[in-house]
Design a protein around this ligand. Structure first.
Ligand SMILES: Cc1cc2nc3c(=O)[nH]c(=O)nc-3n(C[C@H](O)[C@H](O)[C@H](O)COP(=O)(O)OP(=O)(O)OC[C@H]3O[C@@H](n4cnc5c(N)ncnc54)[C@H](O)[C@@H]3O)c2cc1C
Length: 310
């Protein structure tokens, strides 16, 4: 029996799928098959799947909504654990305890309905809780009275992790070390199982206004995901300059490689016009990097993760 067979058996033969195309599980709608694919429906299942993969030595990847990654055309050799564990509840003081596979969308809807404020700023951003903590989800609020970048770290209290060493424990912000597009989870193979956030009492009408404003702002400046699949911003922020502005000044808006295109409305977003491959996206990234380097001597660094075989 191969190690993948042993792992599939450990997770339950009926729960582990083989050769599953990953494109539908990413917002880019790009990516080849995972050898093994398992949906974790609870924090315990997530922890057990990771432990089983580690024990058998099979490479694994924890997938949220796939909104910040590009999966290679040849897919992933190992186990993809799609995290759909989403049980969550608010207590009377505004503490939200949630599994890490809950989506920001479902949490925002529940929080606003119950009059808890703090999450509504992130409306329209595809993310699970795990992905949001992984990269310290943020949003530059467009409204004049609150024009600043807001970070998920501001409402974070603690999270339960399965550590790189296999220990389950609860950790606070001092452990997570939130930064801009950064947290300890970029640097350690810990997995976030669940999290606790602290929200404030808020007026649902005011929260709905924030949501409308943010969605309108997004709608007019970013390609619409349903029609133009993407992974959001491709390149890391360049302080005071703007990666997208540099790409734009190179005259690259609308430039295509295959079905991958630099968006006409936001030069830091690459969209899939329907049949784009990961190879197309990588070529377009390299093209933009080359042009910006030559003209402005700036090195554009991708902010998305490259997963699997290209
Ligand atoms: C249209 C669009 C707009 C966007 N706008 C914004 C924006 O305004 N602000 C912003 O900050 N981002 C934005 N993004 C990027 C994206 O939404 C965020 O990075 C989001 O947090 C990704 O979450 P995810 O669940 O999809 O993670 P994935 O893309 O599935 O995973 C990203 C990384 O997180 C890791 N990960 C996921 N879950 C866990 C876990 N439980 N434990 C440990 N590691 C985990 C994965 O292994 C992977 O390395 C945008 C993306 C799109 C497509």
């Amino acid at each position: 029996m191969t190690t993948t067979d042993t792992l599939a058996r450990a997770l339950g033969a009926d729960r582990v799928l083989r050769d599953v195309p990953l494109a539908p599980y990413t917002t880019f709608r790009i990516g080849g098959p995972a050898d093994l694919f398992f949906e974790a429906r609870s924090a315990d299942e997530l922890a057990n799947a990771v432990l089983a993969a580690r024990k058998t030595g099979v490479p694994y990847f924890v997938l949220g909504l796939g909104a910040n990654i590009l999966v290679g055309d040849r897919g992933f050799r190992g186990l993809v654990i799609r995290n759909v564990a989403s049980t969550h509840a608010f207590d009377a003081d505004g503490r939200l305890r949630t599994d890490s596979g809950a989506t920001m969308k479902e949490l925002i809807i529940d929080a606003v309905r119950n009059g808890w404020s703090g999450f509504e700023h992130y409306v329209g951003i595809p993310s699970t809780v795990g992905g949001a903590i992984w990269q310290n989800l943020h949003f530059l609020s467009p409204a004049p009275e609150r024009e600043r970048t807001m970070f998920i770290a501001e409402v974070f209290e603690s999270c339960e992790i399965l550590s790189e060493e296999g220990e389950r424990k609860t950790v606070g912000p001092e452990y997570v070390k939130f930064g801009y597009d950064d947290s300890v989870f970029h640097h350690r193979r810990d997995v976030v199982l669940s999290a606790t956030f602290r929200l404030q009492r808020g007026d649902p009408a005011a929260m709905h206004r924030v949501m409308q404003e943010n969605l309108s702002w997004r709608g007019s400046r970013h390609p619409w995901l349903d029609y133009h699949p993407s992974a959001g911003s491709i390149f890391k922020k360049i302080e005071g300059v703007g990666a997208g502005r540099l790409v734009d000044q190179c005259g690259l808006k609308g430039r295509r490689v295959g079905d991958a295109q630099i968006s006409h409305i936001h030069a830091n977003i690459l969209v899939n016009l329907g049949g784009a491959t990961a190879a197309d996206v990588r070529e377009l990234i390299a093209l933009a990097q080359g042009a910006v380097k030559e003209r402005f001597q700036h090195s554009l660094e991708p902010e998305i993760g490259f997963i699997g075989e290209f």
